[in-house]
Structures are given as C-alpha cells and as structure tokens.
Design a binder for this molecule. Structure first.
Ligand code: AMP
Length: 585
C-alpha cells in the first residue's frame, strides 16, 4: 500500500513541473531529421489496478462530487460512488461472476454504466462495451465473440428496442429463471440485467442486482482485490475496420489507468475541475479519457444526458459550472451553433479536448474565442492504444494547438514509416505507428488480426501523419483514404481544411473514387452552414486558382448530414460507395 500511496501522491503533486518548461518540450523533438519521437519518462507509470486507483481517490477526495447525471437527476460523492460500486460488485459475485468473466454493457450514458464499469473492475471481470447503435446481428457478434456471461442493458435507446432485440436472439429468456438463462444462440449468456424496475421475464432489475449480495459477498471483495493484476484484461471495445466483422480490442487496467492519467495531466486537470462528458461512455473517449481521467485527479464528472444534445450540454456546463468539456469535432460545431443562437454564461470553462476525427482549425479557433476554452487541447489516438498517443499542451501556441494534434504522450514511442516500413524523414507523410504501455493486449480471440496489427510491439494505426521539427504531429488521412490521382498523392484532409474556409461550408469530407483514366478522382461531400445553400459550381470556383488543379474536387455533393458512427466519425467508405452508385445511376 505504501508504494501505491507514494506513486499516486507523487504524480498528483508534480505532474509536469511548471507549464512551458522549454527543456522538457525540447526533448519531444525528432532527432537526426527522422520521423521518430519518444515521450517523457516522467511522471512514472503506475502499476495499479482500477479498483486500487478508485480507492485512492475516494480516500483523498471522499465528500467532493464524483459524478453528476443531469438528465437522471443523480449526484454522487466519491464516498457514494464507492459504496454503490461495492454493492454492485458484490451483486455480481452473488450471480456467480468472477475474475476474467465477461460482462456486457449496452446502454447510453447513465449512472448504471458508470457503476458497472467500476463494479466489474472491482472483481476482475472484463467489461464488454456494446455500441448503443448496434442492431441485432452486431449484438450477437459482440456477445458471442467475447463470450459474455452477463449483460446489463437499458430497455432501449432512441429508436432501438434493446430488450426486444435480445428476446429475438434468446427467446428462451421468456421462460428462464433470472440469472439462469440457457440459450441456443448465446450459449454463454446466463444473466440479463435491465436498468429499470420492470425487467420482464427471465431478467433482473438493476436495483435487484444491487440488493442481491449479503455480507458474505461484500467481505470477499477485499480478498479479491489482492488477486487482481494490473496486466489483466479488463475491457473489450469493438472497433470496425472498413472490412470484416468488428474486432474486440482488449485493454488492461494498466493500459487504461496510465492513459487516463496522462490525458488529464496534459489538460492540467485537478480535483477542483468539473469535466462535462457528453461523449459516449462505450468509447474510450468517455470511459477512459473522461471517467478514468477524472478518477486519476479527483475531478467531478458531469454527464449532461443519455446521448449528445447541444442544448443540454451547454445548459449542463453553465448550471454545473464545468471547467472542462470533451467532444468530437461535429459536437463542437453543434455547440457553437447552439451557443450563438442562445448564449449561456460559459466563463467557467477553461480547457477540454477535441478528438476522435480531424479537428478543423476554424472550429478550434471558435471554441477558444466563443466558448472560453482558452486551454483546449486536441488529442489523437485510437481504441487499440487506450486511446491517446498525441495531445497538445494547454499553453502550446494557438497556431500549433489548432492545426496539429500536439506532441507525443509520456512513455510512448511513435514513428512514421513508408510503405516499406522504413522510418521517413521529418515532414514526410507515412503510417503512424505507436509503441509502449498503451498498446492493447490484442484483439479478443483473434491472434491473426492481432499479429497483422502489432509488429515488434508497434501498433500500426493505419493513419497517415507527418511530424515536424518540433515534434508536432499532423494527421493527414488514413492510409487507405489517400487518393492517388494520376500519380499525385492527395491528402483529403488538406482539401477539407480548404473547403472549410468557405463561409457556407459547415462540414466537408473528401475522398477518392476509382477512375478508368486517372486511377482515382477527388470527390467532396459538403454539409452546408445553417441557413445557406452553397452550389457545387460556387464551391468549385472557390477552389480554382487557390489549390492545385488536381486537388479540386471533380464531383461535389451537398448533403444534409454525413453517414457517421455514434462517436461522430464520418464514414468515408459509405460516402464512397454512395457516390459511385449516384454517378453510375
Ligand atoms: P477509435 O478507435 O474509434 O478511437 O478511432 C480511431 C481513429 O480516429 C484513428 O485511427 C484516427 O483515424 C481517428 N482520429 C482520432 N483522433 C483524431 C484526430 N485528432 N485527428 C484526426 N483523426 C483522428
């Protein structure tokens, strides 16, 4: 325990030294003109489990706010959270679950999600995050691949009837005893827990699970704690490539605890901060950078609602006096529009993170100017690296803070390689590879795809990036997205940034489609700014004489919105397919 105390209190006391220490930042430059950077070696990595970290925070900051769920009307102190987590963890034990068992969670941002996250970790069970947008086949794949023996689910969300879909997959539920399901299609699934008071046949309510345990299970918790290992798998998250079924990226306590700490270190978050988390909990952005990030500092988490809504998010920031706010770029675009339409007092805000997809410079500049987020940072990462590997410092010059994803995180190495795997000179675009503590354990039960993605410890991200002399990184596209038109390499990001300067463009996505003559040609999809109606001709004219002719999109379509994942990542492969169909049809 003393080692734990020392390492945790040490890092809280002195995360980075005073901001702007030039020597420290100098160390993050590439050496010898090669696109290779290594992060600081301090503060030290923490070799602890999630429950150990939570208990430290409870001990330090017990009566302060831990979590506020605005839409649910719930407010918990760290003491409250700790008690509820222990009660639920004991309930899982009473269900017969233990270390290594997989527990699915299929719900939007609700208190039950948070409790399940910590309660599973408390007994060493592996939390399996199921995307709230999944439908029947995806649910079946997720539960089967990971072999979940329990599933905690909301009755439904938006237009999805979760419980109905589960009954379709496991009709045996209608006759089952709660906790004793035997299903042909989901043979591993035993227990179904619904996050409301009317679970229906075969399932148990969340409240019943919380009340299930007696003193025997509660007393076992302390002993279980000593058996857990920071390297144990603790979380599975599904990541989709553009082909193949989703893969289960498997993360350990060690992966998550350390990344969460470094992310919030760089924002200079402390126990006096209050972080607004409108991003989904099922993704690393919510559960690692948000939830675990707050636990590492004792900061309060504020969840505005079950899913993202701009109005509710701004209201929560103002009412809860949040000092930090997370979002993907499209969320920030929505927040800026909502704030212009009905300004709130956002003077409480200081910092936050924009991440998850390319962050347009103009949106960053407006977030700094109009939302008081003078210390906003950009993060870059992926689920497989727990997730963050690059982040700006809060005091990086605004130009770098808006146009790059910042500099490498502590204890990580990053290199940019060409198609032959060799490190490229500084400034050249190639595939970004990350190595270090944050690289996942692997894809669950899929050694072949794990081996294809991690080579010599390096996670091959599939992202195209450049490093500059200072060590700032720019993400210029996906390896597979790079357009090669008549032999010219074209990075969609550059054209998107340019189109974005047009006052009638709210969002822009650029991609290539096959062309018999040139190999590929450039296409753009545009979401217009509210109340405007840009034309294809006007946008093309805007490009003429400003960007090289081969970069000017040959086909432009104005669309109301992009096909996107729940986290707001635009899906270019879908746009590409639709565009080809439109042109052929
Ligand atoms: P996910 O695993 O869902 O977090 O998705 C990771 C992918 O999101 C990365 O491989 C990048 O393609 C993209 N991404 C994340 N952050 C950024 C960023 N700041 N700029 C550009 N792309 C990003």
């Amino acid at each position: 325990m003393s080692i734990l105390n020392e390492s945790l209190s040490g890092r809280i006391a002195a995360p980075y030294g005073p901001p702007g220490t030039p020597l420290a930042r100098d160390m993050l430059r590439p050496q010898d003109g090669r696109s290779y950077v290594a992060g600081h070696r301090s503060p030290a990595l923490q070799y602890v489990t999630i429950p150990q970290l939570l208990r430290q925070t409870v001990a330090r900051f017990g009566p302060r706010d831990a979590a506020v769920f605005v839409a649910q009307g719930v407010r918990l102190s760290w003491y409250d959270l700790d008690r509820r987590v222990d009660q639920l963890a004991a309930g899982f034990l009473a269900l017969g679950l233990g270390r290594g068992d997989r527990v699915g969670i299929w719900a939007p941002n609700r208190l039950e999600w948070l409790l399940t996250q910590f309660a599973t970790a408390r007994i060493g069970a592996v939390l399996v995050n199921i995307n709230p947008a999944y439908q029947r086949a995806e649910l079946e794949h997720a539960l089967s691949l990971s072999g979940c023996s329990a599933l905690v689910l909301a009755r439904g969300f938006k237009t999805s009837d979760y419980l109905g879909m589960l009954h379709d997959l496991a009709p045996e539920l209608a006759q089952a005893q709660p906790g004793r399901l035997v299903s042909a299609r989901l043979p591993q699934l035993r227990a179904v827990v619904v996050t409301d008071d009317d679970p229906g046949p075969g399932a148990m309510s969340f409240a019943a699970l919380e009340a299930l345990a007696g003193p025997a299970q509660l007393l076992r918790l302390a002993a279980i704690d000593t058996t857990l290992n920071p390297d144990d798998a603790i979380n599975i998250q599904f990541t989709s490539g553009t082909t193949g079924a989703p893969k289960g990226a498997t993360l350990s306590h060690y992966n998550i605890v350390n990344n969460a700490a470094f992310v919030t270190d760089r924002m200079r978050l402390t126990e006096t901060d209050r972080l607004c988390i409108p991003v989904p909990l099922y993704h690393c952005f919510g559960m690692v950078m948000g939830v675990m990030g707050c636990v590492t500092k004792g900061a309060a988490m504020v969840f505005p609602g079950e899913g993202f809504e701009a109005e509710a998010t701004l209201d929560a920031v103002a009412a809860e006096r949040c000092t930090a706010l997370y979002g993907v770029p499209t969320m920030f675009s929505g927040l800026l529009a909502a704030q212009s339409a009905r300004p709130r007092d956002l003077a409480c805000l200081r910092t936050g993170i924009m991440a998850g997809a390319p962050c347009p410079v103009e949106v960053m500049e407006r977030v700094i100017a109009e939302m008081h987020m003078s210390e906003v940072t950009i993060c870059y990462g992926m689920t497989e690296t727990s997730p963050v590997s690059f982040q700006s410092f809060t005091d990086d010059p605004v130009a770098e803070r808006c146009a790059t994803v910042g500099r490498v995180h502590p204890h990580l190495e990053v290199k940019i390689v060409g198609a032959d795997g060799a490190i490229l000179p500084v400034g050249q675009a190639g595939e970004l590879c990350t190595r270090g503590y944050s690289v996942m354990k692997g894809y669950w039960d899929d050694p072949a795809r794990t081996a294809a993605s991690i080579r010599d410890g390096w996670m091959m991200t599939g992202d195209l990036a450049t490093l500059d002399e200072q060590g700032f990184c720019r993400i210029v596209g996906r390896v597979k997205d790079m357009i090669i038109r008549g032999g010219e390499n074209i990075y969609p990001r550059e054209i998107e940034e340019f189109l974005f300067r047009h006052p009638q463009v709210d969002q822009a996505q650029v991609f290539g489609i096959p062309d018999p003559v040139l190999g590929e040609i450039v296409c753009a999809w545009i979401v217009p700014a509210p109340g405007t109606a840009p034309t294809e001709e006007a946008l093309r004219a805007f490009c003429q004489g400003q960007i090289a002719h081969f970069k000017v999109p040959k086909h432009i379509r104005i669309v109301p919105e992009f096909p996107a994942t729940v986290t707001g990542k635009p899906q270019k492969h879908i746009m590409r397919a639709r565009m080809q169909a439109m042109l052929e049809g």
